[in-house]
Design a protein around this ligand. Structure first.
Ligand code: HEM
Length: 99
């Protein structure tokens, strides 16, 4: 189910028992994906409980990888915690829809 999940709540899910990651203002539960991730468990654990947008984009993930995200989405940040795409050019927030 997709619901609003705060950054504070995401922060609690940062060890291999439960790994949540924020990418482009959406929240993903990748606990069951750790062993399957072609880029390894450690890269996911490195951003567990945090915003992994920059790391995710730095790798240049394929369209398949972007598609796979859907499977792990559990929620989205509350409107007040969404990073401003215009004021924050480092947040490459529109890339996943335009690529
Ligand atoms: C739920 C989020 C993620 C999904 C679904 C995902 C999926 C994938 C997939 C399918 C690949 C295979 C290559 C491709 O298709 O692009 C891959 C490779 C990789 N990913 Fe991820 N990934 C995620 C998050 C991350 C994050 C946050 C990082 C870094 C902190 C990361 C680092 C890597 C690396 C280093 C590779 C290997 C690239 C290579 O050796 O060619 N991934 N990932």
């Amino acid at each position: 189910m997709v619901r609003e999940i705060s950054i504070e709540e995401v922060r609690k899910h940062r060890d291999s028992k439960s790994v949540w990651i924020i990418i482009h203002n959406d929240v993903y539960d990748v606990t069951n994906f750790l062993e399957e991730h072609p880029g390894g468990e450690d890269s996911l654990l490195g951003v567990a409980g945090q915003d992994g947008t920059q790391s995710f984009e730095d790798v240049g993930h394929s369209a398949d990888a972007r598609d796979l995200l859907k499977k792990y989405k559990i929620g989205t940040l509350p409107p007040g915690e969404i990073r401003n795409k215009v004021a924050d050019p480092d947040n490459s927030c529109c890339l996943h829809t335009s690529k």
